[in-house]
Design a protein around this ligand. Structure first.
Ligand SMILES: NC(=O)C1=CN([C@@H]2O[C@H](COP(=O)(O)OP(=O)(O)OC[C@H]3O[C@@H](n4cnc5c(N)ncnc54)[C@H](O)[C@@H]3O)[C@@H](O)[C@H]2O)C=CC1
Ligand SMILES: O=C(O)[C@@H]1CCC=N1
Length: 269
């Protein structure tokens, strides 16, 4: 793949650009970005990553191999109108937009190679957990190129398109749940008398250590949990409180709500 153009220059576009440029999967000279109106934001990305902004020159879209759509779902109709006349016949489109189906893109952009993915913001540091589905027009070669882009920003799972709603709920939104957990743990620890800075460091290291244990040992989470839990000890007391508050139901409701919202975003288009 030679040239990539990002349409939409927000959080997610920057996370992916940072990941692929820092890992050198593609030279920054071959990465382009455009957005609706915010020239300052394009300048910022240009100077931060050495990529190139594309302002009014829509004809430039014809010259790229891959267009990455990274706008909000509500802007998708307008974006498709804006870019459709300028896409080359074989230009592949990769969406990172939550909820919007491949079928919607085929309707708005014509039958062409389309990939629909769901990365997360940890792409910034090469630690995204992404899902992706392709339509049948994406060549094996282009699939490999796109998978290597997503592998450069973390891990990627190829899934059935319908499962991308569940992936969005799980790993697309997932970082926010973990950050919320950190906020809750920190507030509670400070209320118990710990210094906020110490508490933050202890929490971050605890989450990092637990995630690394899961990854490095390959052990079941239930086994690792039991290893921490002495009979009649502190962990058992803490876990009992989580169970009393229906922790698993809370998590299940959280994922179902997010999945439903992803489906709604798609069906309102
Ligand atoms: N933020 C996240 O954690 C994740 C977001 N996503 C998806 O990524 C997409 C973007 O999200 P964010 O980066 O957070 O949003 P954002 O609001 O930070 O960025 C959206 C960008 O799109 C631009 N834009 C709007 N209309 C446009 C148009 N017609 N032409 C060109 N550019 C246009 C805006 O100027 C802005 O730069 C969303 O669809 C979201 O579902 C996916 C995975 C994770
Ligand atoms: O909240 C959202 O809609 C997007 C999709 C996944 C993460 N952020």
């Amino acid at each position: 793949m030679e040239k990539i153009l990002f349409v939409g220059a927000g959080q997610m576009a920057e996370a992916i650009i940072a990941g692929i440029v820092n890992k050198r999967v593609i030279y920054e000279d071959n990465v382009y970005v455009m957005n609706r109106s915010d020239a300052e934001r394009l300048d910022e990305l240009e100077s931060r990553y050495g990529i190139t902004k594309v302002c009014e020159d829509r004809d430039f879209i014809k010259k790229v191999d891959l267009v990455v759509l990274a706008t909000k779902p509500k802007d998708v109709e307008k974006v498709m109108e804006d870019i459709a006349p300028y896409l080359g016949e074989d230009t592949t489109v990769l969406s990172v937009i939550a909820g919007i189906s491949i079928n919607t893109f085929e309707k708005g952009l014509g039958k062409r190679p389309i990939a629909r993915s769901m990365p997360n913001t940890s792409a910034t540091i090469g630690k995204s957990a992404s899902g992706i589905a392709f339509n049948e027009a994406v060549s094996d070669r282009m699939q490999q190129s796109i998978l290597s882009l997503l592998n450069a920003i973390g891990i990627v799972k190829v899934v059935e398109e319908d499962d991308l709603h569940a992936v969005t709920a799980l790993s697309g939104s997932g970082p926010a749940y973990i950050y919320y957990l950190v906020e809750a743990m920190e507030e509670a620890a400070v209320a118990q008398g710990l210094d906020a800075v110490d508490a933050r460091e202890l929490i971050v290291q605890t989450i990092y250590g637990a995630a690394s244990m899961l990854k490095k040992t390959g052990e079941e989470p239930s086994v690792l949990r039991e290893n921490v839990t002495s009979p009649g000890g502190t962990t058992a007391a803490g876990l009992r409180s989580l169970e009393d508050h229906n922790f698993k139901t809370i998590i299940s409701d959280c994922l179902i709500s997010a999945e439903n919202r992803s489906r709604q975003l798609g069906s309102s288009k």
